[in-house]
Ligand binder design. Structure first.
Ligand code: HEM
Length: 507
């Protein structure tokens, strides 16, 4: 049984035995029955939960999104599933997800701060925060990231500068097979570093390698089966090794950001902030002069949580998408050739710029299709209802955890012609012009939608066009395109299976 396997692999022996006892107890106790209709109120349907275990025995926690997607075929696009005692409402398909996140944005707009997310940030920062603190931090981050990067011109400059370094890094492999992970991750996290701190790191800097490796490990561990069990049964904490590893990584990341911020503080000039961290420090000083220390949300806990949120949310997602793109190009050389043909005709050998996108409809369609097909954030990040709300005729109570299954939107068979195959024509019309699609939601939607969307879209466009302009991506010698594996490694994000590619210079 998937759950028992998962337990034995991830939780220490004592914990496993204890949890296994629960499992047996749960299975032998008779079911308490489905409670989809109580006092005339209709709650979203779902499989009958067992006492204590809920529906855990039906879920493969190593592939949770697949199990949930499967259940939606039986219970519909709005259904309830019990993770132990915790009730989660799952949303699948474009219609239900859009109705909740866009049309009922306020009602579905809180974050469900699960135990691991609470351990992370204590309710501070942006990603795992709610209420006034979230509003202030999100607003401040959006306004300031615009100045230091997400504004068009500056972001473009930062990304283009980084491209030159990435180019040199890839040239070093001289067309021989290499794993794309490190180079792409370093380039992407340098873009966040420039926006946050105002400077980039050399690729040889071991601090950067360390930060990036730990951040990626953390993202993978958050999606692990043992952490999902911990979120379900928080009292398992002492048995869950991944919880300790994650916390050690989080402490490490905070220590590093403290070091960087301390050195920024020494040379801070309130008239000319160099990045997001400087702006935050300036606001902090202003608030402290005006009011008492305790009244301002601009305190160091919020600063470090926000900085680490930006690195964690902005690095793995973007780098993984770029890596999926390169893998897919090696897998489908005819699509790669068509992209290169378009780039060669419309741009030639000069540096691609954001304004070129309009003249590259096929390339744009391929990039969108990469995001759709890869679906790097399959379950988004859990939401929570802010009040009692009706969706598709069902009542969802205030404070219920809601999981929008973004992968089921990106592969909704009512919205996409060939949902399970890589097909750039999803984003092209008869005249081969680029067309937007409403069901394209890799960044989620509504008031919690990805804060870095515009930066990420710019990064993906400039990275992709630049890399394909300069390099031909192929499987290693002796490996055929058919051998390249497109099945994902499942963590909190979906990553390509470890692989090597050759980047052969085109000129
Ligand atoms: C391809 C790249 C990216 C993808 C696919 C992606 C996807 C997502 C998704 C699915 C969410 C959850 C939204 C929800 O709760 O409904 C999210 C949230 C978030 N993302 Fe991104 N993201 C990407 C890049 C970035 C970048 C570059 C940054 C930083 C500049 C960033 C910062 C954030 C933050 C701060 C949140 C939390 C928003 C909140 O809770 O209010 N993301 N992202």
């Amino acid at each position: 049984m998937a759950l028992a396997e998962t337990l034995l692999m991830h939780v220490s022996i004592t914990g496993a035995l204890f949890a296994a006892l629960l499992l047996i107890l749960g299975i032998f106790l008779f079911s308490i029955g489905s409670s989809s209709q109580v006092e005339g109120k209709i709650y979203p349907p779902g499989p009958k939960p067992l006492p204590l275990l809920g529906n855990l025995h039906m879920l493969d926690l190593k592939k949770t999104y697949m199990s949930l997607w499967e259940l939606s075929k039986q219970y519909g696009s709005v259904f309830t599933v019990h993770f132990g005692p915790k009730k989660v409402v799952v949303l699948t398909g474009y219609k239900a997800v859009k109705q909740a996140l866009v049309n009922l944005s306020e009602e579905f707009g809180d974050r469900d701060i699960t135990p691991i997310f609470h351990d992370f940030n204590d309710g501070f920062g942006i990603v795992f925060s709610n209420g006034e603190n979230w509003r202030e931090m999100r607003r401040f981050a959006l306004a300031n990231l615009r100045d230091f990067g997400m504004g068009r011109k500056r972001s473009e400059e930062i990304i283009i500068e980084e491209m030159q370094y990435l180019n040199e890094e890839l040239e070093k492999f001289e067309g021989k097979p290499f794993d794309t992970t490190q180079a792409v991750n370093l380039a992407v996290s340098n873009i966040i570093a420039t926006i946050v701190y105002g400077y980039r790191f050399e690729y040889s800097n071991t601090k950067l390698h360390h930060m990036v490796r730990k951040a990626n490990q953390t993202v993978t561990m958050i999606g692990s089966a043992s952490i999902q069990l911990y979120n379900t049964f928080p009292w398992l904490r002492r048995f869950v090794k991944n919880q300790k590893r994650i916390m050690s990584n989080v402490r490490d990341a905070c220590k590093r950001s403290e070091e960087f911020v301390t050195s920024l503080q020494e040379t801070l000039n309130p008239q000319s902030p160099r990045g997001f961290a400087d702006s935050f420090l300036i606001q902090q000083q202003k608030d402290e002069e005006r009011s008492s220390k305790s009244a301002t949300p601009f305190h160091s806990k919020n600063l470090h949580c926000t900085i680490n949120n930006l690195f964690a949310a902005g690095t793995d997602t973007t780098a993984t998408t770029v890596r999926w793109g390169l893998l897919l190009m090696a897998k489908y050389p005819e699509i790669q050739a068509a992209v290169q043909d378009e780039i060669d005709k419309m741009i030639g050998k000069r540096q691609p710029l954001v304004k070129d996108r309009i003249n590259l409809p096929y390339t744009d369609a391929v990039i969108h299709e990469i995001q759709r097909f890869a679906s790097v954030a399959p379950i988004s990040i859990p939401h929570q209802t802010t009040c009692d709300v009706h969706l598709n005729g069902y009542l969802i109570k205030k404070g219920t955890s809601v999981w929008p299954l973004l992968v089921s939107v990106l592969r909704d068979e009512n919205e996409w012609e060939t949902p399970d195959s890589f097909n750039p024509r999803h984003f092209l019309n008869e005249q081969s012009q680029f067309v937007k699609k409403d069901a394209f939601m890799p960044f989620s939607a509504g008031r919690r939608a990805c804060l870095g969307e515009s930066l990420a879209r710019m990064e993906l466009f400039l990275f992709f066009t630049f890399l394909l302009q300069h390099f031909q991506f192929t499987p290693p010698p002796g490996v055929s395109e058919d051998d390249l594996d497109l099945s994902p490694v499942i963590g909190f994000t979906l990553n390509p299976t470890p692989h090597k590619l050759c980047a052969v210079k085109r000129f």
